[in-house]
Structures are given as C-alpha cells and as structure tokens.
Design a protein around this ligand. Sequence first.
Ligand code: 5GP
Ligand code: MG
Length: 186
Amino acid sequence: MEILISEERIRDRIHALGKQIEADYLGRPLTIVAILTGSLIVLADLIREVGIPHRVALLQASSYKGATTTAGALIINESFAPDVAGRDVLLLDDILDTGHTLATLVHRMSDRGALRVRTAVLLRKLGRQEVGIEPDYCGFVIPDRFVVGYGLDHNDDYRHLPYVAVLPTPEDPGASEETGQFPVMG
Ligand code: 5GP
Ligand code: MG
C-alpha cells in the first residue's frame, strides 16, 4: 500500500493542532466530542497535546460500508451522548468527505444546548463535499482516494496502521500511480 502521510508528519501536525486548540480554548469549557470509530487514534494523540483542562466524550456515526464511494444512510448512535449544555463542543472526526456526518452532528450538538460548536478533522478529501461545512481545524487535505490507517478502516481492518495509506480498490485501480501528483497539504 502506498503511504500517503507518514507517522512522523502526522505526529508533527497533531502536535501543532493541539497547541492551536489549547490557545484557542484557554479558559473555555471545552468538550472534545469524537466520532467513533475512525477518530479513535487521532483522539488519543490529540488530547495529549491539548494541555488545558477539557472533557472528552464519544458519539458513534457511520455512513460507509466498505470502500464504496457511495455513502449509505447516516446512522448516529447517541447512547453515550454527552451532556454538552453550556459547553464549547469541538467535534472531532477522522475525515471530511461529503460533509453530511459533521454537518448533522453540529446541529445535534446545538440542539443539546452546546454554547458553541466547532469541528476538527484529521483529513479533508478534495472534490467530494456536498454540504457547505468548513472545518475549523484540519490536519491534511488529501486527494479523492480511499484511505486507511491511523484509525481509518476498510471493513474494520487497517485501523492500527500508524500512517495513512491509499487502499487500492476496484473502483479506483489507478490510486497508487495517481496520488503522487497531488500535494498533501497541512
Ligand atoms: P461524510 O459524512 O463526510 O461523507 O463521511 C465521513 C465518514 O466517511 C468518515 O467519518 C469516514 O468514516 C468515512 N470515509 C470517508 N472517506 C473515507 C476514506 O477515504 N477512508 C475511510 N476509511 N473512511 C472514509
Ligand atoms: Mg467515521
């Protein structure tokens, strides 16, 4: 598999994002709400870089089955949903693709009484967005390829990889040759 973003680049970027979040939320009632399961690894690494008091909570959402590029219906499991009333929520997801997941959850958090809701993503995929949402914090901008590793899966495989790699798929057979043409920003 072609490594798109190395372990070292991820570490440096997460450190920088953590320090930015720390400065932005100093003195604010921050709750980082991570969207399972893909944001598991970025959550664990990011919160250890945010050196101010904050709470951590989890939500589960899924819209994808396998490496298909067609998103399924968005399923949100709010059974562990946190009490965010009066708090600044920072929603954290692994990747912004069409934008439906984050946009929907921003509304849910506001409905639950959050003071302010912002968003953070490890990755933002170019050319697929359907909903006008701008993440407040973004690790890397990537080309339209199906990626795995650092929490991102294909049928729950590959989450443990310490880097982000392109998964060759039948719909995207030229992935490995083509990604070299795109700079990965961030
Ligand atoms: P959105 O609602 O923005 O379309 O979808 C976001 C979700 O789709 C992510 O949380 C992630 O679970 C899944 N997703 C989108 N693109 C990819 C990808 O390239 N790789 C993996 N593993 N999941 C993806
Ligand atoms: Mg996800």
